[in-house]
Design a protein around this ligand. Structure first.
Ligand SMILES: [Zn+2]
Length: 238
């Protein structure tokens, strides 16, 4: 990675608190923007700590019987902030995007993406609605953008996600967090990573250790509760 490229990324990060990826962390969180360029699709496996690329033939996760998930990335321009970000979604989200593309065209419309589902809800969905037609000026603005290299943005996540250095938590703490999170559904882990804007559990900042700990406790409470409910069990101590 060249110094200029690194400098560019560092500037981008200091200009935005949320990093490069659009994050909709809570129910009803929404964002309005323009999908730009080509999608980058990949099949991934959730390892309990991060998404690993499925390499197809010979993939060790597939051999263990784990099914890969589709993840699709797109460049996403925020007209108000005049900022180019990356948005990522799963299969259903991408099918909606294809429909929007057929019906409206992605190059002439801005869309609103809204989250439906509380933080931690495994059934969270995202709606996609046309917001407004782009003006000729906006189309020109977007045409001049230098798009993010989507493949690079997920290759280990390192180019983008480790920029905000700061001390990270100790390895021992990280592995404790990992084993607690591994006991929860994958969605809970996604929520955790989203919350802290990281792609690996060990990237939690030392300064946020307490916050992270409390957050995991909340997830544990939430998911244990949900599991008991779905089994129709009665908690005799409730
Ligand atoms: Zn695989």
């Amino acid at each position: 990675m060249s110094w200029d490229h690194a400098q560019g990324l560092a500037d981008k990060h200091s200009n935005s608190n949320n990093g490069l990826f659009v994050r909709l962390a809570n129910d009803r969180d929404k964002v309005v923007g323009v999908f730009v360029g080509e999608p980058f699709a990949r099949e991934t496996h959730w390892t309990g700590e991060r998404y690993e690329e499925c390499i197809g033939t010979g993939c060790s996760y597939c051999k263990e019987g784990k099914r890969p998930n589709l993840r699709v990335l797109m460049n996403f321009y925020l007209p108000v902030e005049k900022e180019l970000k990356i948005i990522e979604g799963g299969t259903i989200w991408f099918k909606d995007l294809l429909k929007a593309r057929d019906k409206y065209g992605l190059t002439t419309w801005m869309f609103e993406v809204e989250r439906h589902g509380d933080s931690g809800n495994a059934k969270t969905t995202y709606s996609l609605l046309p917001e407004e037609k782009l003006s000729a000026e906006q189309i020109k603005e977007i045409g001049a953008l230098k798009l993010h290299d989507l493949a690079k943005s997920v290759s280990g996540g390192s180019d983008f996600n480790t920029y905000d250095k700061g001390e990270t938590i100790e390895a021992r703490t990280a592995s404790q967090f990992v084993s607690r999170l591994k006991a929860l559904p994958r969605e809970a882990v996604d929520v955790f990573l989203e919350k802290f804007g990281i792609s690996r559990v060990r990237e939690v900042k030392a300064s946020q250790e307490q916050v992270a700990n409390t957050f995991i406790e909340r997830l544990e409470a939430k998911y244990c509760h949900t599991q008991a409910e779905s089994k129709g069990e009665v908690d005799p101590f409730a």
